[in-house]
Design a protein around this ligand. Structure first.
Ligand code: SF4
Length: 646
C-alpha cells in the first residue's frame, strides 16, 4: 500500500483553484469519507482570497496544517482556536488542511493535483505561510508527505522565494531539532499571540516587495517574536562519538536560549464559533479549555512542565463560553478540557452550572479525569447523571516504590478506596492506566500492576460478582525533553517485551482485560522525542521509503525507520537506551520552557534515590551564561501575573 516517494524540488505548478475544485469533485466518489475534503462546513470561514487588507495589499494567507486525517484534526481544540484568532484579523486569512488518507493521496499523486486549503481549494503553494501543528512524534512523516503532496520541497534548504514559509508549533516544538531540516521557523510555546505576530511581521515586510525575502523575514522573526526559533541560524556540533555537544549561533543570530511564549488564558475565550464537521469525528462535541497547565509534578510528564504556569479559566467565563458555543454549533455535548480537571477548585460547581444551561437536562458533559480519589467518583456521578458508562483511574505504576519514583502521590489505599466508592455507586467496569519502562523498574514493580488490578477487581466482585470488570491500559514510558526523566534510558525492545510477558502472567483473571502499546511505535517515538538534528535524516529516509501515518499501528513501517536511522548512521534499537549524562549538553537545551535545570536535576536525582550534592547543583548554575537558580522563570513571573484570575 505504501509506496516510496521522490522529493522533486517542485513547486506549485500553476493549477488554479477552479481546476483543483473540478478535479477533486471527480475523485470524491472514489474515496472513503469524502466529507474530509469538501470544506463548506457550518461555521467555516472562507474569506475572499482576492480581498485586500487594511493596507490595500492582499491578506496574508495562512494554511493551518494538521498532520493527521480530518477526523482527528477537527477534534483538535488548538487548531479551532488558531483558526478563529487569525481569521478575526482583517489582515489575515486562514484555511485548514489535513493529511489525506491513502486513497485520496493516490488520487492526488495520479492526477498531480496539489494538496489544497479546504476553504477555497487554492493550492498550498499559493499560501504565504504554512503552519504545522506538532503534537505527536509519529505524525512527523505526515508533515513531509503533505509538503510533497503540495509540491513544496520537503527540505527547508531547497525552498525558494516562490514557496510559502513553513512554520511549526505545538508541544513537540519544545525539541525542534529532529524536524529542523524541514521547518523554516518554529514558534515555541503557546501560539495565540506569536502566530499573529509572525503574520504581522510578514505583512510589515511586504511594504517593499509582495513576497518578503525569506532570509530577512526569518532573521527578523527570530529577533523580534517571542519563542521564534530559526534552525538555519545555528550550527549543531558533535564529538567524535557522534554525541551532541553544542548549538552555535551563526553571525547575526539571536543569542540562545529561545524562551517559550505564553498567554493569559482569560484573554482568549475561544473558540466561539468552531467549525462543525458534516461527518463523525473522534470528539464530536463543543469543547472549552478550562485550565492550561497542571502543576502536580509527575516526573515523566512533559505537559506539566511545558504548560506552566497553571492557569484556570474563571467559572463565569467558562459558562459564558459554554452558552455561546452551544448556541453557535447546535451541539448538546460539551467537553471541559484540561490536564487535570479534578484539581480545579469548585469544578463540581462549574459542571453543575453547565448542566443548568439546558432546562431539560439534556446536555451531556465530557470531562477527562483520571485522578485516583473519591472526588473523581463524585465528579463522574455528577457528569453521568444516572448512566454508568465508564470511570478511569491512573495510578500509573504498580507499587508504592515506583509511584514514589515517578512522584505520582497516589497510594494503593487511595486506589482501593476510589474503586470501593465507584463499584458501590454502580459502576461495573473500572479502567486503570499504568506505565512500564520506568526508571529503576524491576519485575516486582511490573507484577505490582497485576496485583493492584486484581485487588481492584476483588473489590468489584464484592459488589457485582462476576459482572465486575477491570480494564488495564499499559503504555511504555517515553522519556521526554524538559522533564526530570529526560536523562532516563528508554526501555529496549527486549526489556519492553519481557515486561509485557511478566504482566501477562499476572493478569490472567477472566474479569480483567489488558492492552498495551506496540513496542515498535514506542521505539520510534522514543528516538524522535529526544533526537538531535541527525534524526531529521532518519525521518526523511523513513518517509522516502513510504512511512506515513506511523501513529496508526497497522501502518507503522518499522523497517523503513530502521533503514532511515541507518542513513543517519544511527541504530534505532539502541538510540537513547542509556541513561544520559546530566553534565552533558542536550539537543533541546537551547529552548527555555521556564523551568530551571537544577530543578529537573534535583527531581531526577530524587527519583533515583540520589541526594543532590551542592557541587552537582553548582554545575548547572551557569546555563547559557545565565544564573538559572535566580533568574525569574516563566513559571514564577506568570504565577504572580495571573494570581488575580482564580
Ligand atoms: S496529574 Fe497528569 S497532567 Fe498533571 S503532572 Fe501528573 S500526569 Fe501530568
Amino acid at each position: 500500500m505504501s509506496e516510496a516517494h521522490s522529493d522533486p524540488a517542485g513547486q506549485w505548478d500553476g493549477m488554479d483553484y477552479r481546476t483543483i475544485a473540478r478535479m477533486i469533485d471527480t475523485f470524491l466518489p472514489r474515496v472513503q469519507k469524502p466529507a474530509r475534503y469538501t470544506g463548506g462546513e457550518f461555521n467555516s470561514n472562507p474569506k475572499d482570497w482576492e480581498a485586500r487588507g487594511p493596507q490595500g495589499r492582499h491578506r496574508i494567507r495562512l494554511g493551518i496544517a494538521f498532520p493527521d486525517i480530518y477526523d482527528i484534526g477537527m477534534s483538535n481544540l488548538g487548531m479551532q482556536v488558531l483558526y478563529e484568532v487569525v481569521n478575526r484579523d482583517d489582515r489575515f486569512l486562514a484555511e485548514r488542511v489535513f493529511a489525506p488518507w491513502f486513497d485520496m493521496e493516490a488520487e492526488l499523486r495520479r492526477s498531480r493535483v496539489p494538496l489544497f486549503g479546504l476553504e477555497t481549494r487554492h493550492a498550498l503553494g499559493q499560501f504565504d505561510v504554512l503552519g504545522f501543528s506538532l503534537a505527536y512524534e509519529l505524525d512527523y512523516t505526515n508533515v513531509l508527505n503533505m509538503l510533497n503532496l503540495a509540491h513544496i520541497p520537503v527540505r527547508a534548504r531547497d525552498r525558494g522565494p516562490e514557496h510559502p514559509i513553513v512554520i511549526a508549533g505545538g508541544s513537540n516544538a519544545t525539541n525542534p531539532e529532529p524536524m529542523s531540516d524541514f521547518i523554516d521557523a518554529f514558534l515555541i510555546g503557546e501560539g495565540e499571540e506569536s502566530l499573529t505576530a509572525f503574520l504581522a511581521l510578514y505583512d510589515e515586510l511586504r511594504e517593499s516587495s509582495p513576497r518578503p525575502d525569506r532570509t530577512v523575514l526569518l532573521r527578523e522573526a527570530a529577533h523580534r517574536i517571542p519563542g521564534c526559533y530559526v534552525p538555519t541560524l545555528y550550527e549543531a556540533h558533535y564529538d567524535d562519538r557522534g554525541v551532541f555537544t553544542a548549538l552555535e549561533p551563526l553571525p547575526g543570530a539571536p543569542e540562545l536560549p529561545v524562551k517559550k511564549s505564553f498567554v493569559d488564558l482569560v484573554d482568549y475565550p475561544l473558540p466561539t464559533r468552531p467549525v462543525v464537521p458534516y461527518m463523525e469525528t473522534i470528539h464530536d462535541r463543543a469543547a472549552i479549555e478550562i485550565m492550561r497547565g497542571c502543576g502536580r509534578g509527575c516526573r515523566f510528564c512533559q505537559a506539566d512542565l511545558i504548560y506552566r504556569p497553571r492557569r484556570v479559566r474563571p467559572r463565569a467565563q467558562i459558562i459564558e463560553m459554554a452558552d455561546q458555543l452551544l448556541k453557535s454549533t447546535g451541539y448538546n455535548e460539551l467537553s471541559l478540557l484540561s490536564l487535570s480537571s479534578a484539581d480545579i477548585k469548585h469544578i463540581d460547581l462549574v459542571v453543575q452550572d453547565a448542566i443548568d444551561l439546558f432546562d431539560d437536562n439534556t446536555l451531556t458533559i465530557a470531562m477527562p479525569s483520571t485522578r485516583v480519589d473519591a472526588f473523581n467518583v463524585h465528579l463522574a456521578e455528577l457528569i453521568e447523571r444516572g448512566k454508568r458508562s465508564g470511570i478511569t483511574f491512573a495510578p500509573e505504576a504498580g507499587t508504592e516504590r515506583m509511584r514514589e519514583v515517578i512522584h505520582k502521590g497516589v497510594s494503593e489505599a487511595d486506589t482501593l478506596a476510589a474503586a470501593e466508592m465507584a463499584y458501590s455507586r454502580g459502576w461495573q467496569t473500572i479502567k486503570l492506566y499504568f506505565m512500564i519502562g520506568l526508571p529503576t523498574e524491576t519485575d516486582q514493580d511490573v507484577e505490582g500492576i497485576g496485583h493492584l488490578a486484581q485487588k481492584v477487581l476483588d473489590v468489584g466482585r464484592r459488589h457485582h460478582g462476576r459482572r465486575a470488570r477491570v480494564t488495564v491500559g499499559v503504555s511504555t514510558m517515553v522519556p521526554k525533553a524538559h522533564t526530570p526523566f529526560q536523562w532516563a534510558a528508554q526501555a529496549t525492545r527486549p526489556q519492553i517485551e519481557r515486561r509485557i510477558s511478566v504482566l501477562r502472567n499476572v493478569t490472567r483473571d477472566r474479569g480483567m482485560r489488558v492492552s498495551w502499546h506496540d513496542p515498535e511505535s514506542t521505539i520510534v517515538e522514543g528516538v524522535m522525542s529526544r533526537g538531535d538534528r541527525r534524526v531529521g535524516t532518519a525521518i526523511y529516509g523513513a518517509w522516502r521509503r513510504g512511512a506515513r501515518f506511523d501513529a496508526w499501528n497497522q501502518h507503522l513501517r518499522f523497517e523503513a525507520w530502521q533503514a532511515g536511522m541507518g542513513d543517519a548512521g544511527l541504530d534505532i534499537e539502541t538510540y537513547g537506551t542509556d541513561d544520559r549524562d546530566i553534565h552533558a549538553r542536550l539537543p533541546w537545551d537551547h529552548v527555555d520552557v521556564g523551568v530551571a535545570r537544577w530543578h529537573l536535576v534535583a527531581q531526577w536525582n530524587r527519583a533515583r534515590g540520589v541526594e543532590a550534592e551542592p557541587r552537582q547543583r553548582q554545575s548547572f548554575v551557569l546555563l547559557h551564561g545565565e544564573d538559572v537558580t535566580t533568574a525569574p522563570t516563566l513559571a514564577t513571573v506568570g504565577a504572580s501575573a495571573l494570581a488575580t484570575q482564580s
